[in-house]
Design a protein around this ligand. Structure first.
Ligand code: NAP
Length: 493
């Protein structure tokens, strides 16, 4: 069986008939043979979405939302099947696979509720016998381009708000997780999404993604992925003045103050840095540690890191799964070598694991560096793997300065028992998300999600903020005076 594109309400092979394989990163198992599309398939999908838009936008939003409610219920009933597939196709351990799917369910239920809100505003008009209000209008055809690290959750962050707001969608998932994307679209089809409203095109970013970004009938690109690819998307889209929302890389830090509960901090660090094998946009990859507790924290971390078990994420005994593919593994290990070369002190890990439970997949040992200078590459660039850099500081001010001196600005956390430190950090940290006495991960779907600086271009996903990406404001004035009234001018007469 070949996993196909979904265009105009039909499952179709790519026009060229080309295919590629989706591989389990833990053991090389082939998860599925998948259609490999090109610009001609993109053209069909965009045309289908453009044709479906005029009628979909007129379906009352509460009716659109009913389809999302049904989709969330189907996801819930298939949670375990989907979670196992997340682990097999992407590699994260099964409890995190369940978390990924649950986040998708939460987002779908939450967004379905927007069908009965989609709030605009009414406000007084400045002239008598005149009524003023603003409403949200859908934008048109949305291209949703997603990464592999949250293969169910992230697509729901884009598809659900786009659809409930009345847009039609062409969905291009990451080439590492196409089978999960197929499953999600199957679920929306079963929930009753009309033909052409949601389309799926599977294939490489350089071809399918690029064709979507350039297509004149795509009105909005919602992209999550690397900063390098996101920049290219924004440049290309700007030629046609398209709307673009970008969610990109992170270089997130945990600050540990000298008054912190160190055991709690260690729990937060292990979860944030090595959970999902460090492949979260919000993963902690810098520890900014008060020098008074640096040695003790390092010793405790080395103990805990040394006990982490690598292996297939389907096994209950596994703490850390594989990285997603061979090129990510090379990239991660390249950063470890760069760190050593730049003079950082390797405390534990630092090697690729290719024996025992790791023999058939792409595994890197959880790694911790000490004596890291904030300007080193391992402290500045996104590694997207289980590699953490410890930087010593001597005050909260210095900690915040180091935290903020990053080209990225997604998530930060501080461990402290001092309420004044906590509030100063909340005020002065300049990332889009800040946690106090928790790690850098754990976003909830009803709050805005996104980052500053190189992480994004000013938008926020999730919560009601997502609607600002997927709608345009329309201001409506109704004059019931029966005569011509002139704003700003009649006030003087
Ligand atoms: P990526 O390589 O940039 O790919 C992301 C998506 O873009 C994939 O679907 C990819 O397709 C596609 N793509 C690649 N080149 C393209 C092009 N020229 N034009 C249009 N689309 C293109 O990123 P990734 O490796 O999948 O994901 C990891 C990155 O995502 C990390 O940097 C991480 O921080 C970031 N991320 C950010 C957030 C956030 O909310 N801020 C959340 C999760 C992940 P192919 O897969 O076919 O190459």
């Amino acid at each position: 069986m070949v996993f196909k594109n979904y265009i105009g309400g039909k499952w179709v092979d790519s026009k060229s008939g080309a295919t590629f394989e989706s591989i389990n990163p833990a053991n090389g198992e082939v998860i599925g043979v998948v259609s490999k599309s090109d610009a001609t398939d993109v053209d069909d999908a965009v045309e289908a979405a453009a044709r479906a838009f005029p009628s979909w936008r007129k379906v009352p939003a509460p009716r659109r939302a009913e389809i999302l409610f049904r989709a969330a219920q189907i996801m819930l009933s298939r949670k375990e099947e989907l979670s196992l597939l997340v682990t097999r196709e992407m590699g994260k351990v099964i409890k995190e696979g369940r978390g990924d799917v649950q986040e998708g369910i939460d987002m779908t239920f939450y967004t379905a509720g927007e069908g009965r809100r989609l709030l605009g505003s009414t406000t007084p008009a400045e002239l008598p016998n005149k009524f003023a209000m603003s409403v949200r209008d859908p934008i048109g055809v949305v291209a949703a381009i997603t990464p592999w690290n949250f293969p169910i959750a992230i697509p729901t962050w884009k598809l659900m708000p786009a659809l409930v707001a009345g847009n039609t969608v062409v969905f291009k998932p990451a080439s590492d997780t196409p089978v999960l994307a197929h499953k999600l679209v199957e679920i929306l089809e079963e929930a009753g999404i009309p033909g052409g409203v949601l389309n799926l095109v599977l294939g490489p970013g350089g071809t399918v993604g690029d064709a979507l970004v350039s297509h004149p009938k795509v009105d909005l690109i919602s992209f999550t992925g690397s900063t390098a690819a996101g920049k290219g998307v924004a440049q290309k889209a700007s030629e046609q003045l398209k709307r673009v929302s970008l969610e990109m890389g992170g270089k997130n830090a945990i600050i540990v103050m000298d008054d912190a509960d160190l055991e709690l901090a260690v729990d937060g660090i292990i979860w944030s840095a090595y959970g999902t094998t460090g492949q979260r946009c919000t993963a902690a990859s810098r520890l900014i540690v008060h020098e008074a507790v640096r040695k003790e924290l390092a010793d405790r971390l080395i103990n805990r890191i040394g006990a982490l078990r690598l292996g297939d994420g389907l096994l209950d005994t596994t703490d850390v799964g594989p990285v997603v593919n061979a090129s990510q593994l090379d990239k991660i290990h390249g950063y470890v070598e760069a760190g050593i070369k730049e003079g950082a002190n390797l405390l534990i890990g630092g090697t690729i694991c290719d024996e025992g439970d790791c023999a058939k997949g792409f595994f890197h040992k959880p790694t911790l560096f000490d004596n890291v200078n904030p300007n080193m590459r391992i402290a500045q660039e996104e590694i997207f793997g289980p590699v953490v850099s410890m930087i010593a500081v001597s005050s909260l001010d210095q900690a915040i300065e180091v935290n903020n001196a990053s080209r990225y600005g997604l998530s930060s956390s501080i461990f402290t028992r001092d309420i004044n430190n906590a509030f100063r950090a909340m005020r002065d940290i300049t990332t889009g998300i800040v946690y106090v006495n928790a790690g850098t991960i754990g976003a909830e779907v009803h709050l805005p999600f996104g980052g500053t600086r190189g992480t994004g271009n000013g938008h926020r996903e999730a919560g009601q903020a997502a609607l600002d990406i997927f709608t345009e404001w329309k201001s409506l004035y109704v004059d019931f005076s029966g005569r011509l009234q002139r704003a700003q001018i009649d006030l003087d007469s």
